[in-house]
Design a protein around this ligand. Structure first.
Ligand SMILES: Nc1nc2c(c(=O)[nH]1)N[C@H]1C(S)=C(S)[C@@H](COP(=O)(O)O)O[C@H]1N2
Ligand SMILES: [Mo]
Length: 404
C-alpha cells in the first residue's frame, strides 16, 4: 500500500508529531525521539528495528520503527498468533533492554484501594496465576480502508493477533489490598516509559482509564505465549484487558489506581475518541474501550484454482464469544455459513473459520461476516470517523481473488 504524504501531516494522537508541528523538533532530536516522527513513505524502513529483531520479518509489514503490522497471509487458520508474527504498536519508543533484565524486581504501585502499596512482580507471581487467550487489536486496525485518508498508521487487517497471557487476575490484587476505594468508577493504568524532560508528561504519557467492570477479566500479565513478556509487548508487566482495544492494554505498567474520574492524560481526554470526520477529539465522545465484532478472510488472497477451495479466516466478538460466521464469494449477494474450527479458548480469543466451497473461474470478491452471541453482526459499511477507528464493515475487509 502506498502512503500518501497527506497521511503524515496531522497525526494528532502522535505527541512527537504534534510537538514537531509546534516547532519543537529540537527537543525531540535532543532526546533521540526523532524516530517518533512517522516516516513519509512505508518503504523507508527495510529491516526490523533492534528491539524486535527476533521477529519473523516475512510475516510483517514495516510501517515504521514503532508500527509493525502482521501480514494477512501470515495468519491462515492460526488459533494463536506466534509472538514472532504479532504486530507491534508503540506510541513512545520501546524502553531500554534493561527494563526486562530483572523482571521480578519490577515494581507497580497500586492506589485507590484500602491499603495502597507497591508490589514487586516477584510478589505478584505468588498471589495467583491464570491464563487467558485474547485478541489484541489496535483501535486503528482497518484505518487504511477509510477513503477520507484518516491520519495515523495505515493498518489493513494486521494490527491484531490472538495471544495467550499469563498473570495474576487484577481482582485478586485489588482484593488482597483491601478492595477498591469507595466511588471508584475506573481502573487507571500508567505506562512505564520515561518521559524526557522538556516535554509535558500529560501530553506524552500512556495512561488509560477503563470502566471498573473490566476488573472481572483484567490481568496483570508477565507472560505472553508461554514466554516471559518481551519488552516489545510490554515486559516485564502489562495490564491486559480482554476484549478491549489495544491502547487500554498498558505496557510496562508501573502504576494502577482505582479512580473516580478518568485520567486527564491527553491519550484519554482527546485521544482515541470516535468523532465525525473533521471534528477534534474531546472527552464527551465515545472512548475506544470494548471491541466490536469483526472477521476477515486470510486465505486465499490473490489467486486460487478453479473448483473446490477452502476459504479460511478469523472472527472475534471483543468481550463476547462468536456465534456464527458467514462467507460470501460473490461480494455479499449470497452467503454460506462457515465452520468454526479449532479449540475454543474462551470468549476473548478469535475463532478461525473455514468454508469449503466451489469456485468458478474468474474474479471473486470474498467477504466474511461474523455475528457475536448477543446477535451483533458486522455491518456492510464502515462508520466514517476522523481517526479511522473501530472499522468492522465487512465490505471493505473482503478480498478480490482471481480463480483460474
Ligand atoms: N506503555 C504503553 N502501552 C501501550 C502503548 C504504548 O505506546 N505504551 N501502545 C498501546 C497501543 S496503541 C496498542 S495498539 C498496543 C499494542 O500492543 P503490542 O505492541 O504489544 O502489539 O499497546 C498499547 N499499550
Ligand atoms: Mo493502538
Amino acid at each position: 500500500m502506498s502512503t500518501q504524504p497527506s497521511e503524515t501531516t496531522a497525526t494528532l494522537d502522535n505527541p512527537a508529531r504534534r510537538l514537531l508541528l509546534k516547532g519543537s523538533a529540537g527537543v525531540l532530536a535532543a532526546y533521540g525521539l526523532m524516530h517518533l516522527v512517522p516516516t513519509s513513505r512505508a518503504d523507508t524502513l527495510e529491516t526490523l528495528p533492534d528491539y524486535v529483531s527476533w521477529k519473523r520479518q516475512q510475516d510483517l509489514i514495516l510501517h515504521g520503527s514503532e508500527t509493525i503490522e502482521t501480514r494477512r497471509d501470515a495468519i491462515r487458520s492460526g488459533v494463536i498468533t506466534p509472538s514472532r508474527t504479532l504486530f507491534v504498536r508503540n506510541n513512545l519508543p520501546a524502553p531500554d533492554p534493561a527494563i526486562t533484565e530483572d523482571p521480578d524486581a519490577w515494581e507497580i504501585s497500586i492506589e485507590g484501594v484500602g491499603n495502597p502499596r507497591t508490589l514487586s512482580l516477584g510478589e505478584l507471581k505468588r498471589m495467583q496465576v491464570t491464563s487467558v487467550a485474547s485478541v489484541l487489536q489496535c483501535s486503528g486496525n482497518g484505518r487504511a480502508f477509510f477513503p477520507h485518508g484518516a491520519s495515523g498508521t495505515q493498518w489493513s487487517v494486521g494490527a491484531a493477533g490472538c495471544v495467550v497471557w499469563t498473570g495474576v487476575p487484577l481482582k485478586a490484587v485489588i482484593d488482597e489490598l483491601g478492595g477498591s476505594a469507595d466511588g471508584a468508577r475506573y481502573i487507571t493504568a500508567t505506562g512505564g516509559e520515561t518521559i524526557p524532560e522538556g516535554l509535558e508528561p500529560k501530553d506524552i504519557m500512556v495512561e488509560r482509564s477503563i470502566p471498573t467492570e473490566a476488573l472481572e477479566s483484567a490481568l496483570l500479565a508477565w507472560e505472553m505465549n508461554d514466554e516471559p513478556l518481551d519488552r516489545a509487548h510490554g515486559g516485564p508487566l502489562r495490564l491486559v484487558v480482554p476484549g478491549y482495544y489495544g491502547v487500554n492494554n498498558v505496557k510496562y505498567v508501573r502504576q494502577l489506581a482505582m479512580t473516580e474520574e478518568q485520567t486527564d492524560a491527553k491519550i484519554q481526554v482527546s485521544g482515541y475518541r470516535v468523532r465525525d470526520v473533521g471534528v477534534s477529539g474531546s472527552s464527551d465522545q465515545p472512548s475506544m474501550w470494548e471491541m466490536n465484532v469483526k472477521s476477515w478472510v486470510t486465505l486465499p488472497l490473490d489467486t486460487t484454482h478453479e473448483g473446490r477451495n477452502l476459504i479460511y479466516g478469523v472472527a472475534f466478538g471483543g468481550t463476547k464469544a462468536i456465534d456464527k460466521v458467514e462467507v460470501s464469494v460473490d461480494g455479499g449477494e449470497s452467503w454460506q455459513e462457515a465452520e468454526i474450527i479449532g479449540p475454543d479458548l474462551g470468549p476473548y480469543a478469535w475463532r478461525p473459520f473455514v468454508l469449503a466451497t466451489e469456485l468458478s473461474s474468474g474474479e471473486h470478491r470474498i467477504v466474511s461476516r461474523a455475528t457475536d452471541m448477543d446477535g451483533n453482526s458486522q455491518p456492510r459499511e464502515r462508520t466514517d470517523n476522523e481517526r479511522g477507528y473501530g472499522h468492522n464493515g465487512w465490505e471493505d475487509h473482503g478480498v478480490s481473488v482471481n480463480v483460474g
